[in-house]
Design a protein around this ligand. Sequence first.
Ligand code: COS
Length: 385
Amino acid sequence: MDHFLTDDQKMIQELARKIAVEKIMPVRAELDEKDEFSWDIVNALAQSDMFSLFVPEEYGGLGKGSLDMCLVIEELSRACIGVSTTFAAAALGTYPLILYGTDEQKKKYLPEIAAGKKLVAFGLTEANAGSDAGGVQTTARLEGSEYVLNGTKQWITNGGEAAINTIIAMTDKTKGARGASAFVVEKGTPGFTFGKKEHKMGIRSSVTRELVFDNCRIPRENLISREGMGFIIAMRTLDQSRVGVGAQGVGVAQAALDEAVKFARQRIQFEKPISAIQAVQHILADMATQVEVTRAFVYAVARHIDTGAKDFTKEAAMAKVFGSDMAMRVTIDAVQVMGGSGYMKEYPAEKMMRDAKILQIYEGTNQIQRNVIGQALIKEAARHK
Ligand code: COS
């Protein structure tokens, strides 16, 4: 289907597809098997200017929009969601700086991020702060010209590999969510270490670690915006990135569909390819329809964001929920169409199914997204009353 992409967008999409096919697909099974993060792939993305897409032009980036990001994320996800997670998490960690950083902070950090010289991580989640993002227990205490950070961040994508980390910590616990603030913490800062590397069901080519702050002193200038803005910064950041989770869903579901169709044409049962069996065709038809519908919706939400819309919390949550639920269904169906082969590691379908599961969980569970959508609907209704 023609999605009316510009020539520039088609070029970016093709470039991402080329990286996916040439650099990611040949090694994805091995990275998954070995539970291994690949700097080679990150460097290939950097060489193709992928990290500059989300950075504004005045800070060394290409200043592209949400749709461009979705196109890239979708293509990378067709090859491996682990890799697209590494890439998308770098953008996630950069958005607090782009949206709320001072000119000095942007000048200091963004050009190196855009050049792909420094990877980024976003540190919000903790043992007791997942869905309850306001429940952060890591503290940041102002002492003279420095903030002193204490606490542990959990399940942080790019943790340990990222040179730049945007961290949400409490500057005033008595104020709840309103007492959270956002900071930049550079790798190598004394008192900032990394805990265990997690071993995950899927997206095993992405790295997930704990970030540990033990009397970690950072300059006062590393505060993003002002004290008390941390929760809002985190929410706005997630609004910005959640449509990308929808795009990940579209990418992996397309890949699973392609695998299922290819397999169905080759697999002979009852003396004919199983693709000739109507029950199989119906499963494939439903898979294809869901992928196309979701792609159209994800692109529409991305375009809505790119119009400069002020509030897109609801739409971003819808794209995340719909794209990830669809990806789960479609990857499960791909395994089903492929039967015993689908369950085996010789074929990529089982990895796609394992990988897809995280999309329903990270960047806010799908249950939280439904809360967000529901609350937005009620607020809208109250406004129009
Ligand atoms: N943009 C701007 N402001 C927002 C916002 C958004 N998207 N979402 C909430 N806010 C504001 C609210 O308007 C409210 O402001 P006031 O204090 O002025 O009223 C404040 O933030 C607190 O909001 P709320 O009361 O809704 O907060 P809750 O603690 O109930 O939490 C949810 C809201 C559940 C939506 C939030 O905690 C969340 O998104 N959780 C999931 C976090 C997540 O994605 N984790 C994944 C880890 S990061 S990969």
